[in-house]
Design a protein around this ligand. Structure first.
Ligand SMILES: [Mg+2]
Length: 186
């Protein structure tokens, strides 16, 4: 009998790629909520050329493969597991992303690579892909996105936290990709 395949979705920035600058998100979030009084979940979408250049530069800093990419290589060989990359990176960052995936030889570990070409809001896009691919697991580092999708899908949402938001209670929280993969691979 054929074994059931476990379908795992991984976010890129902050999950597959480790970005040392991602902690700046916490103070920006605080500023948006407390100073500007914005409570709605919305993400910035760069609209013109200079905003796009700035955005590209910020994303160039996602330089290192996260702790756990070696384990991902091992698990991707298993015939009862498949991995899908789900990134809300906007379409104009596609080349940058593909170069990175080739450079670290991780592109082939994924059965599909899903990029937010139409520049939808990241949380909306990710939920849509989770549902379309019928993922069993999705690993995400942005707490706002975790909170948004977890109530709307049957997929198990694993959260990669950082030291700024580590006090937040969540049943499936992990410090890095490898720890989340270990829990999935059991
Ligand atoms: Mg992320």
């Amino acid at each position: 009998m054929k074994k059931r395949v476990i379908r795992v979705g991984l976010d890129f920035d902050g999950v597959v790629a480790y970005n040392p600058f991602r902690v700046i998100r916490a103070p920006i979030k605080w500023f948006k909520r407390e100073v500007l009084g914005i409570h709605k979940l919305t993400f910035f979408v760069p609209k013109n050329w200079w905003q796009r250049i700035l955005w590209s530069v910020v994303h160039e800093s996602s330089v290192f493969p996260a702790k756990g990419v070696d384990l991902l290589r091992e698990m991707a060989k298993r015939d009862d597991m498949e991995f899908h990359l789900v990134t809300a990176r906007y379409g104009f960052l596609k080349d940058n992303l593909e170069n990175w995936l080739d450079k670290y030889r991780v592109r082939n570990l994924f059965k599909s690579i899903n990029i937010n070409e139409d520049q939808e809001q990241p949380h909306v896009y990710k939920l849509e892909v989770i549902e379309r691919l019928k993922l069993d697991y999705y690993v995400e580092d942005n707490l706002d996105i975790v909170t948004f999708v977890v109530e709307k899908t049957r997929a198990k949402i694993f959260w990669i936290y950082n030291f700024m938001d580590k006090r937040h209670e969540y049943p499936f929280k992990f410090l890095y990709l490898g720890a989340a993969l270990e829990a999935i691979g059991l």
